[in-house]
Design a protein around this ligand. Structure first.
Ligand code: PSU
Ligand code: MN
Length: 307
């Protein structure tokens, strides 16, 4: 493997990649900016265990002391979780500066995809992706995640997108940029906390093998770009749409009043929704990440079986 000079693979991840065993990338913005301490650290460690239990090696991705890490140690995960918002939220434009400064960074979906791709990891599990924000017609606030999905050949397994975003515009943007949106066991885009959004996906697929075959073909066609797999939250953990939508609407209104914008808005909305639902949304959030880790691990295994 000819590795980027700024990239460090953990010994376990390096060994797995060398032996063509399945590896699943995991992001770290969800740890530092997406959940409170200590649930963030507990969740991150449990997610790694779930990936292992389902036959793959986890690679939590972050920037630590200016090094791009594919595979963090439990101590590094603890640091990312404890420091929380004290760790920079690292999107594509931040990577070079953080590396040059020897700083830490929590990787978003965008930068986790970039580093996973550098490392040779093809499957990535997370909770939700960024997208086109409500009111983007005025603010131009479109997550860099969508651009990365358009260009970087990594499969992203998520639970759809939260309705803090404009889901219709998010799907339009993905269509324009050539990103296939797959529903796992569903024809409808899941809305993160709920299984339904009212918007259709491009294709429904029903097994890890089917996902792997489609992504394998995408890789072999070689024109780049990722694939977005949207996996509905398990029924028993899904939230009442009325309850969650009320909290989301209130959070969006507060963000507007307070003039929150740029990279701060998504963490602001996530934290407010959690407070407004009295922590119920955090439980759902954790469970859907577990569910995505399971599917991603099985899909990574199915992908290696196709080699
Ligand atoms: N949506 C979630 N949870 C998250 C994020 C988004 O439901 O933790 C994080 C992810 O790291 C995602 C990032 O890549 O926020 C998007 O930020 P922005 O909207 O600033 O692009
Ligand atoms: Mn944004």
């Amino acid at each position: 493997m000819d590795l980027n000079k700024y990239l460090d693979l953990s010994p376990e991840v390096a060994q797995a990649l060398k032996e063509h065993r399945p590896v699943v990338a995991l992001e770290s913005t969800i740890i530092s900016h997406g959940m409170p301490y200590p649930q963030n650290v507990e969740t991150a460690l449990k997610v790694e265990q779930i990936v292992r239990d389902n036959g793959a090696v986890p690679a939590t991705i972050a920037v630590i002391g200016g090094r791009l890490k594919a595979g963090c140690t439990p101590a590094e995960i603890e640091h990312l979780g404890k420091a929380g918002a004290g760790v920079a939220k690292a999107s594509r434009r931040d990577l070079a500066v953080l590396v040059a400064r020897g700083a830490d960074g929590a990787t978003t979906v965008t930068t986790t995809m970039i580093i996973a791709h550098m490392a040779g990891i093809r499957v990535f599990a997370t909770g939700g992706i960024g997208g086109v924000h409500r009111g983007a017609q005025q603010t131009f606030d479109i997550s860099a995640d969508l651009e990365e999905l358009a260009h970087t050949p990594v499969m992203v397994v998520c639970a759809g997108a939260k309705s803090i975003l404009d889901l219709g515009l998010t799907l339009e943007y993905l269509e324009t940029h050539g990103v296939p949106v797959i529903g796992y066991g569903t024809e409808e885009l899941p809305a993160f906390y709920t299984r339904k959004s009212g918007f259709g996906v491009d294709y429904r697929m029903d097994s890890p093998e089917e996902l792997a075959a489609a992504f394998r073909t995408s890789l072999e066609l070689g024109f780049g770009g990722g694939m977005l797999v949207t996996n509905p939250i398990p029924e028993e953990f899904s939230m009442d749409p009325a309850v969650i939508n009320r909290a989301i609407d209130a959070a969006v209104a507060e963000a507007e009043e307070q003039g929150v914008h740029g990279k701060a808005i998504t963490p602001f909305l996530l934290a407010r929704v959690k407070e407004l639902t009295g922590g119920d949304s955090l439980d759902s959030n954790i469970q859907l990440v577990f569910n995505n880790a399971r599917l991603a691990a099985r899909t990574a295994a199915a992908l290696e079986a196709l080699r």
